[in-house]
Design a protein around this ligand. Structure first.
Ligand SMILES: [Cu+2]
Length: 214
């Protein structure tokens, strides 16, 4: 894989109104000190401000049995791959990220792939990563600190509703302290979080694609 991947644009998240990660006695991420070179200087591209923190509607009355629940796919993060990912799902499927098996902070950024793009994800990442990352806003961004804390839905609501192919990528800098990264992302006001770390996890192969069918 090309070394230039280190300086490609990365999706940026900021979730100032999300309180999930430390709520309800969950384990607070952190503990390891980020070292290595500075990552993130001069990054441009996707600059996203989270405006949604999920779509949980408060229960207001008796349970309804008329609407089928959205199918949910739990993707398992490891260092450094997405596992348990089906090749295709139906529109309306919700995605969440299980990071209990990994040691690093991970994210799942879902980026729509243009309908006229036929190359497989591996080829897009290898040959055209910047175009892939900047071609369309992510449909969702879900972050998951290592451990059993709830995932953080930073962009969108974790649901893919529009049929088509999607790239799933993790751009978290290698070795970054989860708490440091999340704090920097929340404080970046839509810009790239200025944190130290190694190359983004996508450089280690943490990417996949999925097809959403009707
Ligand atoms: Cu990752």
């Amino acid at each position: 894989m090309s070394g230039s991947i280190h300086h490609r644009p990365v999706p940026v998240i900021a979730a100032p109104s999300c309180t999930a990660p430390t709520a309800a006695g969950r384990r607070t991420p952190g503990g390891r000190r980020a070292t290595s070179r500075v990552f993130g200087v001069g990054l441009v591209g996707l600059a996203l401000v989270a405006t949604a923190c999920g779509d949980d509607d408060p229960a207001t009355g008796t349970a309804t049995t008329t609407a089928a629940a959205s199918p949910t796919v739990t993707v398992r993060a490891v260092d450094f791959a997405f596992q348990d990912l089906p090749a295709a799902v139906t529109a309306g499927t919700r995605f969440t990220l299980d990071n209990t098996a990994a040691t690093e902070l991970h994210e799942m950024v879902a980026i729509p792939i243009a309908s006229d793009e036929s190359r497989p994800i591996g080829e897009l990442v290898q040959d055209d990563l910047e175009a892939l990352l900047t071609s369309a806003p992510p449909a969702f961004v879900v972050l998951a600190p290592p451990g059993d804390a709830d995932p953080i839905v930073a962009v969108g609501d974790g649901v893919l509703t529009t049929p088509g192919r999607y790239a799933l990528v993790c751009m978290i800098p290698t070795g970054v302290d989860p708490g440091v990264y999340l704090d920097a992302a929340a404080a970046s006001n839509g810009g790239p979080p200025q944190v130290e770390g190694g190359p983004p996890h996508i450089a280690h192969g943490m990417f996949a694609e999925i097809t959403v069918a009707n």
